[in-house]
Design a protein around this ligand. Structure first.
Ligand code: PA5
Length: 444
């Protein structure tokens, strides 16, 4: 079970302020659970771990098996919520070097999450001499980055396997009814998986959006869902002993007390992309109307030698949330060296895990002494069940936290601004006036 330690939060709250005292938690809980607040059309993720489509779930397990049997590589095309969750889970549960350490599963390359020709060229080169499949993921079906990438990889597949052969290697995850990708998938006869209408991108990792690539990587998606379901049952109960309430209340109280940044810190390199997923979850959910904690992430101990300086002594604007995995996977013991030239014999016979644990404990105290409140979240292990629980925990807490802040946690109106400018500058029909206005500004 996840465990939350808030003992290093209270000292940073103004005198007399007790966590959970602020009004709104009960209401926020009701909004999330019963759809009584803004954005209630996007609460499909709340009961998803129990109510997911079991037929589709089995079908995607079969698709993953097929991909594993006929492909040495899978190209996963998607951006934002259609990308980060799968990568976060795959790397956290396997390795940030998944493509090097995997044994019997295909390499997984992510494409369409940017517009870099160099990055795209690299993936094209990587699949040049191997059998590969494509999972294109886009709820809207119109997002430029994945749409452009899909055009390119679809053409590559058709060139290599012919139209019919390519058809059997393309898996489209998209809206059940609408959108350009849906239309194309229907027309071409691709195997399709659904992004449910009522689940937004950043909440979609436990739908086919995340589950198909995750299953291809050999991860037990049933246990992932089971872990999420257990957490769902636990968090459905209102009250201050609900850890999602505690987390949301703590970050809200600290925000009110002047903190502007929340840093998510992990001690496992494989956890890095979980931080990217978490940043999108909280950043897109709360960063609106001029409000919200800025989510940032660091990888310790590596970043203690870079960002550590700022965290210890820079502007006192941040709080830190540390995610600690209780049980490591392997054990490495530090050898004795009779000459002890490096002076490290005081560590002889100690495990690396022990050293890391002391580094973490020492860092928390140092940062707290430096004025950084700390939330410590202990996760039982780097396993499917625990990660399913962690994902659900952050999703649920994010919903509560957004409502406490007074925003709609399920929209992202700000994302359109760059898209409109980009479309205009690219000459998309219908954007002529905007194009002229933008070009004038750029020339001046
Ligand atoms: O969370 C979100 O809504 C976004 O990150 C989207 O997932 C992202 O923009 C991709 O959108 P789509 O899946 O429609 O291509």
């Amino acid at each position: 079970m996840l465990n939350l330690d808030l003992s290093n939060v209270s000292p940073f709250l103004p005198g007399g302020w007790r966590l959970g005292e602020e009004k709104g938690l009960e209401k926020a809980h009701d909004h999330v659970l019963n759809g009584t607040g803004a954005g209630s059309d996007f609460l499909g993720w709340v009961r998803l771990p129990a109510g997911y489509d079991k037929e589709e779930f089995s079908r995607l397990q079969r698709a993953a098996e097929k991909i594993r049997s006929d492909s040495q590589a899978l190209v996963v095309i998607g951006i934002g919520g259609s990308y980060l969750g799968a990568r976060a889970v795959i790397e956290t549960l396997t390795s940030n070097n998944y493509n090097l350490t995997r044994k019997d599963t295909p390499a997984i390359y992510f494409a369409g999450n940017g517009l870099s020709a160099d990055a795209m060229g690299e993936v094209i080169e990587l699949v040049k001499d191997v059998d590969f499949s494509v999972n294109v993921i886009s709820k809207s079906g119109t997002t430029t980055e994945p749409a452009v990438a899909f055009r390119i990889f679809k053409a590559l597949l058709e060139e290599r396997y012919g139209k019919e052969g390519a058809r059997g290697r393309i898996y489209a995850t998209t809206d059940a009814r609408r959108g350009a990708l849906k239309g194309l998938a229907d027309k071409e006869g691709y195997e399709e998986f659904v992004v449910p209408d009522n689940v937004g991108g950043r909440y979609s990792v436990l739908t086919a959006v995340g589950l198909l690539p995750i299953a291809v990587a050999g991860i037990d998606i049933q246990s992932l869902m089971d872990g999420a379901r257990e957490e769902m049952e636990r968090l459905a109960r209102p009250g201050m002993d609900n850890p999602a309430w505690q987390y949301a209340a703590a970050r809200h109280a600290l925000y009110k007390a002047g903190k502007k940044v929340e840093i998510l810190a992990g001690y496992e390199p494989s956890f890095r992309f979980f931080g990217e997923w978490w940043k999108q979850l909280f950043g897109e959910s709360e960063g609106k109307e001029g409000k919200g904690l800025l989510p940032a992430s660091v990888e310790f101990t590596a970043d203690l030698h870079s960002m550590g300086q700022y965290i210890q002594q820079g502007e006192r604007v941040m709080l830190e949330t540390v995610v600690r995995f209780d049980k490591g996977r392997g054990s490495i013991t530090i050898p004795d060296d009779p000459e002890n030239v490096d002076g490290l014999n005081f560590l002889s016979g100690k495990t690396l895990d022990f050293v890391a644990e002391q580094a973490m404990r020492g860092t928390i105290l140092a940062h707290v002494d430096g004025g950084v409140p700390n939330i410590l979240l202990t996760v039982p292990g780097r396993d499917e069940r625990s990660l399913g629980a962690l994902i659900y925990f952050f999703e649920f807490a994010c919903g509560i936290s957004g409502y406490l802040l007074g925003v709609n946690p399920f929209d992202q109106p700000g994302v359109e601004a760059y898209k409109n400018n980009m479309y205009a500058l690219l000459g998309k029909p219908g954007y002529e006036e905007q194009k002229a206005a933008l070009e004038k500004r750029l020339e001046s």
